[in-house]
Write a protein that binds this ligand. Structure first.
Ligand code: PLP
Length: 448
């Protein structure tokens, strides 16, 4: 096993690495340990309650977002098989991907076009429901379409939701909050993508741009909200509500796998690859999946070589007390959803015994994969979302991955494996920006 010094040396050199987590435990043991430390975390029942809460809001969603008519107000994404991608990669990687391969298209979730639609929308409606119940506007038995009334909007308009974001969380909270009638202030770093800022302002959100990076934007947001009793701060680094909203994905994925007759058991391992920024979205999804599938699901987080904050925090055991800047890594990446220099300490500690590993990917490879995926499967994603597509390759073609499979007794089951790359964003990217992504990907040569 690599020492943390040699891992730091690789991260400093911006190498693409696959780190197998030495702190991982059998799922049951890991979950017991997590629950004894974090009593406030939801169990499977708590995640089902979050799912029920989202369902209570379905009629309001249909009213506020006509595009959700199609799914009867349920915000959920498709699980789609990737046969052509799998074949297309053979010449580039000089070998095959073992097992089937699908993508979870959170990139095309309604309302926010990213994985943030899960956590962000959930925390906004949780707060709205609490206010509406406290003020006697509804009971949980009512049709929540009532919350589109003037009276409800007048109540919501007294409150301001505040969030610090690299972009997509701001979009999700901004769009949802404005639709329901809240005021919203989004703190972003100055390198936030121009179209995300413009879209938020168009929806009526106040956007404050900060000179410094994402962590500072979050801290500024937190501080400004503390001074205002009518402000509600959504804490990307520490919110259990956000985490719970993300975890609902696991219940939904289970239903989709069942529906498609995709088995997950001892001899049919499920591998899930989750792009990671601060950790909340992948953390919540990973947690939910381990509660459901235990040791039969193997989870890997994916980070840019220029912003490997979760890998650094976990490998050193320092979590939020170390940032990529501390080891001279620049946190400059076009994968803006993952451009985070310091991980969530809360999430890092929760997932420490739970996930199989973390790997890094260069920006070049994300762009290259963006183009290949578009050519092969006609799916358009933003760069961050491509981080999850390198996982099945690293697993088989990097020594650490191969050793892991061998030692875990998984090698002989890889023909039966199912890989899921989590496509975390891209649905709202303007057409000209998307074309520029594709052009850039087309111009890149990579080696595996
Ligand atoms: C936010 C985001 C992620 C990662 O979520 P975290 O909660 O920050 O770890 C991944 N991909 C995209 C596109 C995102 O916007």
């Amino acid at each position: 096993m690599k020492s943390s010094e040699s891992i730091i040396a690789s991260l400093k050199a911006y190498e693409e690495i696959l780190w197998i987590n030495p702190h991982r435990r059998p799922a049951k043991q890991a979950l017991d340990q997590i629950h004894s430390t974090y009593a406030q975390l939801p169990n499977l029942e708590g995640i089902k309650e979050a799912d029920q809460r989202l369902k209570r809001f379905a009629s309001l969603f249909k009213k506020l977002f006509p595009e959700t008519e199609r799914t009867d107000g349920i915000i959920e994404s498709e699980l789609r098989s990737l046969p052509v991608l799998k074949k297309s990669l053979v010449p580039a990687i000089g070998g095959r991907i073992l097992g089937d391969w699908s993508v979870k298209l959170d990139s095309h979730l309604d309302i926010a076009g990213s994985v943030k639609a899960r956590g962000g929308v959930y925390e906004v409606i949780q707060f709205a429901e609490k206010l509406a119940l406290e003020n006697g506007l509804i009971t949980t038995e009512d049709d929540y379409a009532k919350l589109a009334s003037e009276e409800a909007r007048a109540l919501f308009s007294r409150y301001t939701l505040v969030v610090g974001s690299t972009g997509n969380l701001g979009l999700s909270i901004g769009v949802m909050s404005k639709a329901i009638g809240f005021n919203v202030t989004v703190h972003m770093s100055k390198d936030a993508k121009a179209w995300k800022v413009a879209l938020l302002r168009e929806k009526g959100a106040q956007v404050i741009l900060h000179e410094a990076d994402y962590s500072v934007a979050v801290a500024e947001g937190r501080e400004s909200a503390e001074k205002n009793p009518f402000a509600y701060f959504i804490d990307d680094e520490n919110s259990i509500t956000l985490f719970n909203g993300y975890a609902v994905a696991a219940l939904r994925l289970r239903d989709q796998l069942t529906e498609k007759n995709i088995p997950v058991d001892e001899t049919h391992p499920l591998f899930v690859y989750l792009p990671c920024g601060v950790g909340g979205a992948p953390g919540g999804i990973a947690y939910g999946l381990k509660l459901i599938y235990g040791d039969h699901v193997k989870i890997f987080f994916a980070e840019p070589t220029h912003a490997p904050c979760m890998l650094l925090g976990m490998a050193t055991g320092k979590h939020e007390h170390i940032s990529v800047g501390d080891i001279g890594v620049d946190n400059i990446t076009d994968a803006d959803g993952l451009a985070v220099g310091r991980p969530s300490g809360f999430v890092g500690k929760v997932i420490e015994p739970l996930i199989e590993g973390v790997y890094t990917v260069s920006d070049e490879k994300m762009y290259w994969m963006l183009n290949v995926l578009h050519l092969a499967e006609h799916i358009k994603l933003e760069p961050s979302a491509l981080a999850g597509f390198v996982g099945p390759i690293w697993l088989l073609y990097k020594t650490q991955g191969f050793e892991f499979l061998k030692q875990s007794g998984l090698l002989e089951h890889m023909e039966n494996a199912h890989h899921i790359s989590w496509a975390t964003g891209g649905g709202l990217v303007p057409a000209d920006v998307m074309q520029a992504f594709i052009d850039k990907g087309q111009s890149i040569q990579v080696e595996f």
